[in-house]
Design a protein around this ligand. Structure first.
Ligand code: HMG
Ligand code: MG
Length: 296
């Protein structure tokens, strides 16, 4: 049987906006985050403390979090290294996420480090975050395929993912960065993580919708007992360092499916659609989400 309730981990302000060519004003980002919270999203990943020349779209991370103040303290933010962690600690933030790669090429492209070298960067970052009492999420990218390397063997994904998680994370999010995964592959990967000793509450899934498979993949993950789903309002998103990555699974599409299945998720769909329609206006292009298009 399927889970009775799930947690939607909203990544629109981070994964969504990191890939927009237009620079979104800080005040618009803050308003977007507040509207997502008001629509009932329990977790809103707010921004990234990465190198500002690597991701200029999120160079105002400190301003966004300072403006949110207490409201933003528990919101997760991406940090790749100790410098990023220090910037988050200065603001009193309580939840960070590291992001590793399951492949050599993407580690080089996204982190300027090799597959093995990335751990030397993450280890002290996670250790210090945990010592400071922070919660840490770990992402692993290219779990289902890599634009440069092609197929990525499941044992390699499990090894890297487990190693990242074991640094001290409370959850591992499995990223289909370029959206090539299909439902059978999702099941196989989740079963391999289960066989390696990870429980369903320690795992989240992070699907990009490049090939239109994200919703089917989410259903496959539900059938495997997963209860945390990453999604982005209106289907915004992509990774500037991954060729061919488009937006995430749209939160609205996910909520529509969950509501139909009677799975509790806490989101007010009308308020969320209203937010995505407003954001599409700010960005000057329509949302790619089918549910937003249908309900708007
Ligand atoms: P690097 O150039 O190797 O960094 O970049 P470095 O450690 O050699 O430091 C160079 C300089 O950068 C130093 O300054 C540092 O202080 C500074 P200097 O001493 O020369 O004046 N610096 C920083 N400044 C501000 N904030 C920082 C920071 N770090 C160093 N955090 C680095 C390495 C990891 C920083 C760089 O490669 C980077 O920022 N990468 C981030 C790329 C990124 O954000 N990608 C998108 C997110 S991942 C994603 O979207 C996938 C996901 O959604 C899941 C999925 O879909 O699969 C999560
Ligand atoms: Mg992503």
């Amino acid at each position: 049987s399927l889970p009775e309730r799930v947690t939607i981990w909203e990544v629109g302000p981070r994964d969504g906006l990191q890939n927009e060519s237009a620079l979104v004003p800080t005040a618009t980002k803050v308003a977007f985050i507040r509207r997502l919270v008001a629509a009932g999203l329990p977790v809103v990943e707010a921004t990234s403390f990465v190198h500002p020349t690597w991701v200029p779209q999120l160079a105002d991370a400190a301003e966004v979090m300072a403006e949110l103040g207490d409201e933003g303290r528990g919101m997760p933010v991406l940090v790749p290294n100790e410098r990023g962690l220090d910037r988050a600690l200065e603001l009193g933030l309580e939840h960070v996420a590291i992001f590793g790669s399951a492949t050599e090429t993407f580690a080089q492209r996204n982190l300027n480090r090799g597959l093995d070298e990335q751990f030397a960067m993450f280890e002290p970052t996670v250790r210090r975050a945990r010592e400071a009492g922070l919660d840490v999420r770990a992402y692993v990218s290219m779990c289902f395929g890599d634009p440069w390397e092609g197929d990525v063997p499941i044992p390699q994904v499990v090894e890297v993912g487990k190693r990242l998680f074991d640094l001290g994370a409370s959850q591992l999010s499995l990223g289909d960065t370029i959206g090539v995964g299909t439902a059978g592959h999702v099941k196989e990967l989740l079963q391999a993580f289960a066989a390696a000793g990870m429980t369903t509450d320690q795992l989240a899934v992070h699907f990009h919708d490049t090939y239109g498979q994200a919703l089917a993949n989410a259903y496959a993950a539900l059938e495997e007992g997963i209860t945390t789903f990453d999604a982005s309002a209106g289907g915004l998103g992509g990774c500037p360092y991954a060729e061919s990555a488009t937006g995430n699974l749209a939160t609205e599409d996910l909520v529509w499916m969950l509501n139909g299945l009677g799975i509790d998720n806490g989101v007010d769909l009308d308020a969320l659609v209203g937010t995505s329609v407003w954001m599409a206006g700010e960005l000057g292009r329509p949302s790619p989400s089918r549910v937003v298009t249908a309900l708007a």
